[in-house]
Ligand binder design. Sequence first.
Ligand code: 3PG
Length: 397
Amino acid sequence: FNTIDDLDLDDKVVLTRVDLNVPVENGKVSDTTRIDRIVPTIKDIQQKGGIPVLLAHFDRPKGKRVDSMSLKQVVPALEAALGQSVVFVEEAIGGTAKRAVAALQPGDVALLENTRFYEGEEKNDATFAASLGALGQVYVNDAFSAAHRAHASTEGLARLMQAGAGRLMEEELKALDAALGKPERPVVAVVGGAKVSTKLELLSNLIEKVDHLVIGGGMANTFLVAKDIEVGKSLAERDMADTAREILEKAESTGCTIHLPVDIVVAREFKEGAENEVLPVDQCPADAMILDAGPETVAAIRDLFTRCKTLIWNGPLGAFEIAPFDRATNAAAQAAAEATKAGTLVSVAGGGDTVAALNRAGVADDFTFISTAGGAFLEWMEGKELPGVAALKAKRA
Ligand code: 3PG
């Protein structure tokens, strides 16, 4: 595919797809990794005389304007990262957007409102893509982490105009290929997070590719239910139990060992510092919920990290955002960082929550590579073609 080096950007409005789907707590961006990592692209576009007009989505407003999902809330963090002011445009298409873009001067940066406020975005509607395209002359895609979505701003636009990859897109593809293209075995994948339903296909595909799969976070509870283990008031998708059972069976036939928690940290309240206790996995009281994995589970994970050569990590092991339920995630992160520093493990982590957790644990810099992507990272890992990347490649051919 083309990169910024191949494109003539001088005096052009460069529609730059970035991923600003960042964690926000109390109206403030709580982890700026995704923002920090798009800075080189924006600066390089400016360096080549282009005016970057940023396109991005935030959360899942389903084609409607939802005020709490406005991209306006990320502007202060973006301005801080860039060291300059950002023109925020309250529409992504139409007259308001056209006028705002026409008023931009070289050196400016603009951010358009959430592309997912428009139905055409996720439908990859040609008319919507054309309306976005009408705002600029060149398209740069720097949103590797949204490249698994065939949406108008991630895929459709590339087909309409001159297009190329941004620096972060380039970096992600190069680094993932170097670390995971032909991974050294055994490979362990850690997949956590709240829901099985959003990661089913991924889990099912991963067990064909990795030697060990550690399942953590809320989704582990669904697997416990599948094994007839009571989880009390824990977050669990009981209607997914059959599917979880199928995954467990499939893993047996592919030779992938699935690791579920052997001990748990339970509490009666979901709040910081809540009273809690460590119990064997099959002893969750009916009125309690599982909020983290216990120390024995962590010890087993630590052991895996010393035996395996490659680690792929997506999703926290517990409710890491509220102490003390961040212990398992932190301890596992430390263990991965140590093995990486010792040179025995290639560690690659991805996903907003995961990166936030590794940052909090203070070990992100010790990992071999931190991808800004969550879902896209896992789909890449499964060997799937990412539509956003494919569209850029087709452009070059
Ligand atoms: C992400 O946060 O992984 C990307 O921004 C994609 O978001 P989505 O899962 O809502 O499409």
